[in-house]
Design a protein around this ligand. Structure first.
Ligand code: S3P
Length: 172
């Protein structure tokens, strides 16, 4: 491994952004969020991108964002959008350039968190987030497993506790 980024993956609501920012603060490193990179490059929001050009075009932007984040010579903390690991190239790149931690939580916990943070997540739509998250947990399980060097369960833990657990697994 050339640059040991700390990479956080997991479903929507897993806490990748909040925990990632906390880990970056403690490690005194830059924090990079692939959704934010996509929004900065395209000058629009993830919701607008899905609505105007569709998910496939969003995934292409996301792939570039993963590539750019991984290419940073300075070790960073990288939070990936929940679906980034579905792409085998993204998985390989993230594992090659970083230590990948899968933040896991039960679908009802994830649904409570996404309801609370107010971020627009087009895949969840207006109907039952729990049902969608349950389905995604099943269909994406293998991809998260293939991407991860370590797993941290986040149910019932706050940001400080999850960051503690992540940094405990992280051996750069
Ligand atoms: C997605 C997760 C979102 C965002 C997009 C698609 C997914 O990021 O990339 O709405 O496919 O799981 P977060 O996991 O940060 O919410």
């Amino acid at each position: 491994m050339s640059t040991e980024h700390l990479v956080l993956v997991g479903l929507m609501g897993a806490g990748k952004s909040t925990v990632g920012a906390e880990c970056a603060r403690r490690l005194e490193r830059p924090f990079v969020d692939t959704d934010e990179l996509v929004e900065a490059v395209t000058g629009t929001t993830i919701g607008e991108l899905f609505a105007t050009v569709g998910e496939q075009a969003f995934r292409a932007h996301e792939r570039t964002a993963v590539e750019d984040a991984c290419a940073s010579p300075e070790p960073a903390v990288i939070s990936c959008g929940g679906g980034a690991v579905l792409d085998p190239d993204n998985r390989r790149r993230l594992r090659d350039r970083g230590f990948v931690v899968w933040l896991r939580a039960a679908p009802d916990v994830l649904a409570d968190r996404v309801r609370a943070d107010g971020v627009d997540r087009p895949l969840l739509g207006p109907a039952g987030a729990v049902a969608t998250l349950e389905r995604l947990a099943v269909t994406r399980q293998d991809a998260y497993e293939a991407a991860a060097h370590a797993i941290v369960d986040t149910d019932g833990r706050d940001v400080t506790q999850v960051a503690d657990a992540v940094l405990e697994t992280y051996r750069p």
